[in-house]
Design a protein around this ligand. Sequence first.
Ligand code: ADP
Length: 465
Amino acid sequence: MKIPKITSVSVKLGSMVMIIFLLLIVAIHTALYMLFVRFYTNDQINELLQRSSSYSAVLSDHFEETTISHVLSLESSTDNLLLILDASGNRLGASDNLSVLSPDYLDKIITHGNEEHGSVLASDWKNQDYFVAQSAIQVDQQAVGKVIMLTSTDTIRTAVRTLGVTNLSVAAIAILISGALIFVTSNKVVQPLLRIIRTTQRISDGKHDWELTPKGTDEIAQLSRSINQMSANIQYYKHQRNQFLADISHELRTPLTYIKGYSEVLANDVVENEQDKKRYLALLHSQSIQLQRLVQDLFELANLEQGAFSFEFKRTSIEKVILNTLDLMSESIKKLGIELTYDPSPVSLYVMGDERRLQQVMINLLENAKKYTPEKGAIHISTFADEERCAIQVTDTGSGIPEHDLPHIWERLYRVDKSRSRATGGAGLGLAISKEIINLHHGEITVESIEDAGTAFTIRLGKIT
Ligand code: ADP
């Protein structure tokens, strides 16, 4: 595994956790230390005071040798050190373990302090080896001696050391946990993120040869899937764009080749026959018209897609749009021997739309129906509505569209039968433009078709009253 960079999320996260852990440990340690030391020293001193007081009380009642030795024997089973002195400081009795004390230290204790009942001579566990308590022996209100008791401060020092070691171990465990966290987050989070960064960099460089392999359903896996999807979409759009450019070049090349060829022939005076000349000029004219229409349609489509056209939306009568279109086209359709019928909805239908643009769509649908319907065929227009939407349907009994072509007919420059369509003058842009116009009306345009039987286009738009 690579060592994560200092900027890495995992290191930041791990350090944060480590700092929090350590701060917590320091706080807990300080609190425990203070509580423990206070509780333990108080406990030790009180116990010492209590014991020495109770011994001095007994001795006050019976200040005699047998009681002294009884007291000494009582204390012999403990680790405490016991010293019984008379009023002049002479030793009346001492526990066996008192010999561990140096004479100097013993002297200091004996001379130190007053005769006050139940006093503490030394309680500083950090610097002193013993807690020391003393209690006066009194007979008839007269101090006749004193009981001095000592207990080692070793226990508390050991306990404090153990506490420190325990807390240090906890700190070490915290550091280990933070390290493990760095490792886990690095593997689980940072490495996949680095892979994502590298992949997106490649995508932005135009390379789509890498795919992320998301596992699970967490956010990183979701992000990886989105990036794969995005990469696939970009690839698709790139392919579409290249295809489109190739199609456009092809579309432009054909009329341009004709124009170049015919104009050269005419310029070189090779054609002597006036009739042929006229024919060539007519061909030149029709090719330039085709070229002009193609460029116009492309321009229009590009503008529609970019939203560069402003639409004049107003309350528009569907009937009016259809009747205007029929005015323009019915004659030319009927001339071809195609029957044309219109079955309007019994109620007038209105939409919020751009009348001119909607008419452009109708003209396109009728042009297509006319192009692909043979003589003696029929074209039928009908309108109908439900609660919310109204529909215009254009059906024909023409050539129909093969099922596998149906999803593509809305694409720019897509034609089912290239040669036949070119012969009829279409470049495959009409339906793309129509769909764009209907989309901008928030409507939808759909197609149903059966090959060699006919086609039905349906436009659905939001109805207004
Ligand atoms: P074109 O200018 O070639 O007609 P369109 O975008 O209008 O371009 O149509 C795309 C293709 O869809 C046409 O080339 C044609 O193959 C097919 N098509 C459209 N309308 C019909 C129809 N009514 N009947 C049969 N085929 C159709």
